[in-house]
Design a binder for this molecule. Structure first.
Ligand SMILES: Nc1nc2c(ncn2[C@@H]2O[C@H](COP(=O)(O)OP(=O)(O)O)[C@@H](O)[C@H]2O)c(=O)[nH]1
Ligand SMILES: [Mg+2]
Length: 355
């Protein structure tokens, strides 16, 4: 019981004050000085359910003055990476900086204004209602005229693989338009350096973070994609990313499949030898015995490799969990000294419109 509550008749200051609820909209950028002003002009400064809406730009080694453009266009926080580290690292740097700046919810969007900023409240609503900790904006892929057939196909393939590997039902896995609540942002950790989109969904499945898809709209294209420079390069990088993610998060499945592919012909060759031996012709079929035994032994070695990888994956999940908890303690201690707003005991009044 506090001193305020102990004094009869005194106003209950503790329950009449609550922490300002803050949304931070983050944009990872590389050389986006040209696109950023129009994208920022569309971003909201007032979103239902939040007292404060701030913007954060991660400038990933730009050489065109992106950081300066961000500041002059009203961005509240600019994180400058000393050299280009790739979208995934920039995304992680943005999450951490947003958490340090006291974000309760973080929305990620792209600098080229691909995603319609008016859909941000649709992304944050399920988080505020406690229905999800991660919300992924699903684009109307079939209706986007400028998406090539290969990009559509990879979008569907990527989403299917991610759904299978994560046990979630995210409709548009490569979408970068997302909302994360504070706890989810603390617990996620991306290992890849090309893209964070697929890996974060798989991690959400592994960590049991509730994740939802909501339909969002897109704007007409403003420039060609920087991440997809050519179709073969995109196919190659996507295949690498998906393979790596599946090996990272489901190693036993991958290694068991490889072990099975090796051992099955071995078992057949071995069975052939045994059959012929039993029939009295074994002496001339030693090759089947040797090949069969070698393939079975190779399959067993690969399977054991899978078991070890599975143990390492379990350890990595544990380390990610420990990192999340340490970050949580550190950040929440800092936040205890942060802003409060006056509000009723229910604490649901909106703050001033900062625009
Ligand atoms: N941090 C960082 N961001 C990048 C990099 N390349 C692209 N981006 C950002 O990622 C977002 C999506 O890039 P974009 O070229 O529009 O790819 P798209 O999603 O295929 O349309 C934009 O905000 C870019 O500025 C990079 O190397 N580092
Ligand atoms: Mg784009």
């Amino acid at each position: 019981m506090t001193g305020n509550q102990a004094r009869p008749g005194a106003p209950d200051i503790v329950s009449a004050r609550r922490r300002a609820r803050k949304l931070i909209i983050q944009i990872p950028c590389r050389d986006e000085a040209e696109q950023l002003p129009a994208t920022l002009a569309d971003l909201p400064r007032c979103v239902p359910g939040f007292d404060l809406v701030e913007w954060l730009v991660i400038d990933d080694g730009s050489t065109d003055g992106t950081a300066q453009v961000a500041r002059t266009n009203g961005v509240d926080h600019v994180v400058t990476l000393p050299h280009n580290q790739g979208l995934a690292r920039a995304f992680m740097a943005g999450l951490e900086a947003s958490l340090r700046a006291g974000a309760d919810v973080i929305v990620n969007t792209d600098a080229d204004n691909q995603y319609r900023a008016a859909c941000i409240p649709a992304l944050t609503a399920p988080v505020l209602e406690g229905r999800a900790q991660i919300v992924v904006g699903a684009r109307p892929i079939a209706e986007i005229a400028h998406f090539s057939p290969i990009k559509r196909m990879l979008q569907r393939l990527g989403s299917w693989v991610v759904q299978k590997a994560s046990g979630t039902r995210v409709a548009d896995a490569p979408s970068g338009f997302r909302a994360f609540d504070r706890q989810a942002a603390m617990r996620l950790y991306v290992f890849g350096n090309y893209t964070y989109t697929l890996e974060t969904i798989i991690q959400a499945g592994v960590l049991g973070l509730p994740i939802l898809s909501v339909p969002v709209e897109v704007n007409p294209p403003t420039r060609p994609s920087r991440l997809i420079r050519s179709v073969p390069a995109y196919v190659w990088r996507s295949a690498q990313t998906i393979f790596r993610i599946v090996v990272l998060y489901k190693p036993l499945r991958v290694f068991s499949l490889a072990a099975g592919i090796l051992a099955l012909p071995g078992v057949l060759a071995f069975a052939r030898f045994l059959f012929l031996y039993a029939a009295g012709g074994g002496a001339g079929n030693v090759q089947s015995l040797v090949i069969g035994a070698a393939l079975i032994a190779a399959g067993a070695v690969v399977f054991i490799g899978g078991l070890l990888a599975d143990l390492i994956a379990a350890n990595r999940t544990l380390l990610a969990e420990i990192r999340g908890r340490m970050l949580e303690r550190e950040l929440d201690r800092d936040r205890d000294r942060s802003e409060y707003v006056n509000a009723g005991p229910e604490g649901d009044q909106a703050g001033p419109d900062r625009r």
